[in-house]
Design a protein around this ligand. Structure first.
Ligand code: CTP
Ligand code: MG
Length: 265
């Protein structure tokens, strides 16, 4: 599939500055090995293969020379292979203390001619090209914000801490059940007009620490502006590598009996 000819000049922000606490590998998650390469290299390959980006701006753990060198080596690899003039430019910036800070650091390093931007978690290293295309196509069709989503398979309930004498029975009490048919699990890449994403992040600068901690994706900030957020189909391969079990799943996707042949559209 090719990207639409009307596509605006698009950059991909790849956020890779997290420390990977829940993975517990003792190193930044982007460095953790997956199928013989690092998670960062898998993520960069996926973004480049999708062919939607003029620039890939990567937010790295501040001062991480090893990951910066991996970005440089990947940029050289792109220059050597195929049409060098078509290869996206790779820019590396120091990320921040929170994911939103990392996005803001990358936003400041985008080319002035950028019109739209896809923000992608390096932790979703196996996101298939088709998802990048669906997001980019919705932007080209006029969306100011678009996210990839999947239906939720579990029943989802809200709970509150149990107080009073019942607290001895169990720590939480169910307060309600969300209607599952209206629920979606949200993934990345999330696409935005550059102006919309910039406004969303400017508005977030006024949030206090607790509010800022509750911001788990970029679309949330756009919703707060009152801008409609469109949803396209995500993919289960786009799983966010968060815990050791996720890493096992990702290894399985790369090395299992179906291997690269299993590509969900
Ligand atoms: N991220 C980032 N800058 C931060 C925090 C997170 O760029 N200060 C990125 C991560 O590198 C990851 C994505 O945001 O690609 C989603 O974050 P998450 O899965 O939570 O990764 P970590 O923060 O590294 O993991 P943990 O929360 O377990 O420490
Ligand atoms: Mg995190």
């Amino acid at each position: 599939m090719t990207t639409p000819s009307a596509a605006p000049v698009t950059a991909v922000i790849l956020v890779a500055a997290g420390s990977g606490q829940r993975l517990g590998y003792g190193m930044p998650k982007a460095k953790v090995p997956l199928g013989g390469d690092s998670i960062l290299i898998h993520a960069l390959r996926g973004v480049a293969a999708a062919g939607v980006a003029r620039q890939i701006c990567v937010a790295l753990p501040p001062g991480d020379r090893d990951l910066a060198a991996q970005c440089e080596a990947f940029a050289e690899e792109l220059q050597r292979g195929g049409d060098a003039s078509e290869a996206p430019e790779i820019t590396a910036v120091d990320g921040g203390a929170s994911r939103a800070d990392s996005v803001r650091a990358a936003l400041a390093a985008l080319h002035p001619d950028t019109r739209s931007v896809l923000v992608h978690d390096a932790a979703r290293a196996l996101a298939p090209e088709a998802v990048f295309h669906r997001v980019a196509e919705a932007l080209a069709a006029g969306a100011l914000a678009v996210i990839p989503v999947l239906p939720v398979v579990d029943t989802v309930k809200t709970v509150a801490r149990t107080t009073g004498p019942d607290a001895d029975i169990a720590p939480e009490l169910v307060t309600g059940t969300a209607p599952r048919e209206a629920l979606r699990a949200v993934q990345t890449p999330q696409g935005f007009s550059l102006d919309t994403l910039r406004r969303a992040h400017e508005s977030a600068e006024g949030l206090d620490e607790a509010q800022a901690a509750a911001v788990t994706d970029d679309a949330m900030l756009v919703e707060l502006l009152g801008v409609p957020v469109h949803a396209v189909r995500g993919a289960s391969q786009s799983l966010k590598i968060t815990t050791p079990l996720d890493l096992i799943l990702a290894e399985g996707l790369l090395e299992g009996p179906l291997g690269a042949r299993w590509v969900e559209g």
